[in-house]
Design a protein around this ligand. Structure first.
Ligand code: SDX
Length: 380
């Protein structure tokens, strides 16, 4: 882009999408895109994925340490007791469902929940943040039950988060494999460096706006199909392809028409997403338990057809899709499920931002016209 000739500000060329720009330090998660490694507070997710619970991940992100049994029991109880919503919020959900998407409803719910919370000093923020972790799960389940005109299932604070959510959603008990699958999903999507929605939360927190304002920003940001919305689109694609033999033509057409294939590509990963193998393994297990491998095999075939044509990575959203679908979660709840997990990382990042804050305010390079002569309206 040629600059106006007399632009005095010698501002360097912008970096599109802030690619590669390091905006701040964090101790929460590290993403090694070259090697495909994700760590939470130094622990490799490969060690956490099948051996811990989502509640342990929250303890890790909040305390910077894995919990002992006492701390974990306390966290599980606190989140369990937080899985309740004010009746006015339930009324808003009932009013909105069917009129707007579940993600728009969830964004509204987060914003309204802020009215029921006082602005508190930093040291009192973790319990406030944990309430939101619990409430988001209940809100997602309630959005579904309300639009299907099903009776609301009260939370059971004695249950783990994953198990209780599935009960509130389906109204029935889930198998151990199903609970483990959701638990794995919630662990793996909890945090991921300065992804767009997390960065959005930090920019908002950076002005010292309150926690609910920051999380409302994050929910809105996550909803986009280039970010958290990709899982829903990936599932739509897998269902549309429908059989292994149709995958090749579908993917060829997608490339020929220059479409972005949902669930593939990433700003940071140069090899497959660190989370993919675990999500794929668990998705397969879920469908084996259902004794119906068709959609999982279509997923694998789509991935093969994409990779046969382009050196492109499989990201977190591709196998999240058949995993969640295998848990009988409606496709348009997939991104709200992403938010149910990422609320752990978002709140941890907001706390980290507040603890060592500086307003986040980059510059822009002005490339418009300069020094134009003003003419009053009569002369225009
Ligand atoms: C998440 O940042 C995070 O950490 C996010 C996340 C998290 O945990 O928070 O990991 C979660 O958001 C995962 C990403 C989910 N989104 C999608 O699956 C949507 C599809 N993917 C793309 O839109 C894209 O890959 C992005 C948005 C994810 C990344 O975009 P970039 O870094 O801006 O890359 P780009 O669009 O500039 O693409 C680079 C090249 C282009 O080819 P050329 O024009 O150079 O030939 O790769 C191609 C792109 O066309 N490309 C794709 C593609 N993704 C990139 N081509 C086809 N399908 C795709 N999905």
């Amino acid at each position: 882009m040629s600059l106006p000739k007399d632009n005095k500000d010698s501002i360097p060329e912008p970096t599109k999408g802030l690619e590669g720009i390091v905006a701040a330090d964090t101790t929460l998660s590290s993403v090694n895109g070259e090697k495909g490694i994700l760590r939470y507070c130094g622990y490799n997710i490969d060690d956490l994925a099948f051996s811990t619970t989502f509640e342990e991940t929250i303890c890790l992100l909040y305390d910077n340490e894995l919990p002992n049994k006492e701390r974990l029991d306390e966290m599980t109880k606190n989140i369990g007791e937080a899985r309740v919503l004010p009746k006015e919020v339930i009324e808003i959900i009932t009013e909105l469902v069917g009129k707007t998407s579940p993600m728009s409803t969830l964004r509204t719910v987060v914003s309204v929940l802020g009215h029921y919370e006082k602005n508190v000093p930093l040291k009192e923020l973790p319990p406030k943040a944990l309430r939101l972790v619990g409430q988001i799960a209940t809100a997602v389940a309630m959005i579904h039950r309300s639009r299907e005109n099903l009776p609301i299932i009260e939370a059971d604070p004695t249950k783990g988060h994953a198990e209780d959510f599935l009960k509130m959603l389906h109204g029935t008990d889930s198998s151990k494999t199903q609970v483990n699958a959701l638990n794995l999903y919630l662990i793996l999507l909890a945090d991921h460096g300065f992804n767009a929605s997390t960065f959005s939360a930090r920019v908002t927190a950076g002005t010292l706006a309150n926690l609910h304002s920051a999380i409302t920003s994050a929910v809105g940001t996550l909803s986009g199909p280039l970010h958290g919305g990709a899982n829903e689109k990936a599932m739509d694609m897998i269902i549309e392809v429908g059989t292994k033999k149709k995958a090749s033509d579908y993917i060829q057409n997608a490339f020929d028409t220059k479409q972005k294939i949902m669930g593939f590509g990433h700003r940071v990963y140069k090899v497959d997403d660190a989370r993919k193998p675990h999500l794929k393994k668990m998705a397969k297990k879920i469908w084996e338990e259902k004794n119906d491998m068709k959609l999982f095999e279509v997923s694998e075939e789509i991935e093969k057809q994409v990779k046969d044509r382009k050196a492109i990575i499989t990201n977190v959203d591709f196998y999240s899709a058949p995993l969640l679908y295998g848990l009988d979660i409606p496709t348009d709840l997939f991104t709200p499920l992403f938010a149910m997990s990422r609320i752990a990382g978002w709140t941890a990042h907001v706390l980290e931002q507040y603890r060592n804050n500086r307003l986040i305010r980059p510059r822009a390079r002005y490339v418009g016209q300069i020094d134009r002569t003003f003419r009053p309206i009569e002369q225009r």
